[in-house]
Design a protein around this ligand. Structure first.
Ligand code: AMP
Ligand code: MN
Ligand code: MN
Ligand code: MN
Length: 290
């Protein structure tokens, strides 16, 4: 166990209405602080327009803040998420890269709606848009919320399973950013790139090894070990991977919504003491109150 003196309740992964969360950045800052988080990052998908609001709200509450984003990447035909932490949110290469990554989302969402229409669900694009705080960031999550509203399923998880994953009517193949590009945008902007929730990808042992190896070769430095979508067995597996690949370890709830998320901000177990927390390498990037 971590000693009390070393214990930092860092939560470095969550989403606001700027992407597919349901709370505003200010409400997330307040929730993080109320839950005892003492280092926080908002990591919206492919978008950093919520960063200034998150930072301002956090600092006003006395909560130290790191800039964050979660970039969608296609690696070996699979969607992989790369979290960036502690970058300069005004860096041109990062801004351009994120804009390019967002670019295909509206077209993809229209194609998803076409698929759903063939399955008898009309006007899903317009319906999903009513849930999107930011139309450029329209995501499967917004479709899921709309289909729950229509009564097709009881939960967003059920909508994903029945309508939005490969082989289902609302699924559309999409090419996101390249792994090396996403890592470089983050790194060039002075941040650290982290493999998000590795336990979620359906990789073979060899493909996962290739992901970690290529990520490191491109300059990636961290991996999420303790995250809301990992099982206790994943905690151990990816702690071992952090040691094997000499990666810094991160911790984040991936909180999206009080109604939908199983894990709340700041409530996960601590990082195993044998790992080096990513925030130790980001000390000079933390924005501190006052
Ligand atoms: P997109 O970027 O549009 O493909 O949407 C991906 C988002 O969908 C993820 O960031 C999660 O928030 C959400 N998601 C993915 N799989 C599931 C699932 N099985 N149940 C609920 N939400 C999911
Ligand atoms: Mn999401
Ligand atoms: Mn993710
Ligand atoms: Mn996430």
């Amino acid at each position: 166990m971590n000693s009390p003196a070393a214990w930092i309740n860092a939560d470095l992964h969550c989403h606001s209405r700027v992407s597919d969360g349901t709370l505003e950045p200010e409400a997330l800052a307040a929730r993080a602080q109320a839950n005892g988080v003492d280092l926080w990052a908002l990591t919206d998908h492919d978008e950093i327009s919520g960063q200034q609001r998150a930072r301002t709200a956090a600092l006003a509450l006395g909560l130290p803040y790191l800039s964050g984003a979660e970039i969608s990447v296609t690696f070996a035909g699979v969607t992989v998420h790369i979290v960036g932490l502690g970058f300069d949110p005004d860096h041109p290469a990062l801004l351009q890269g994120l804009a390019n990554t967002r670019d295909g989302r509206i077209h993809r969402a229209q194609a998803m709606a076409d698929g759903l229409a063939k399955a008898g669900i009309a006007d899903a694009y317009e319906g999903a848009l009513t849930y999107a705080g930011n139309p450029e960031l329209i995501s499967r999550t917004h479709f899921a919320r709309y289909l729950v509203e229509l009564g097709y399923c009881a939960s967003t998880h059920e909508v994903f399973r029945k309508y939005l994953v490969e082989g289902k009517p609302g699924y559309v193949e999409h090419r996101w950013a390249r792994l090396g590009d996403a890592v470089q945008w983050i790194t060039q902007a002075g941040g650290i790139a982290v493999i998000a929730h590795p336990g979620r990808y359906k990789f073979s042992v060899n493909a996962e090894y290739a992901l970690f190896t290529e990520f490191k070769a491109h300059g990636g430095r961290g991996v999420e070990v303790i995250t809301g979508s990992h099982t206790p067995a994943d905690f151990i597996k990816y702690a071992d991977a952090a040691i094997e690949f000499d990666l810094l370890a991160s911790r984040g709830s991936d909180f999206h919504s009080p109604e939908e998320s199983r894990v709340d901000l700041g409530t996960l177990p601590a990082l195993p003491a044998r790992l080096t927390p990513v925030w130790e390498a980001l000390r000079d990037r933390v924005q501190r109150p006052g």
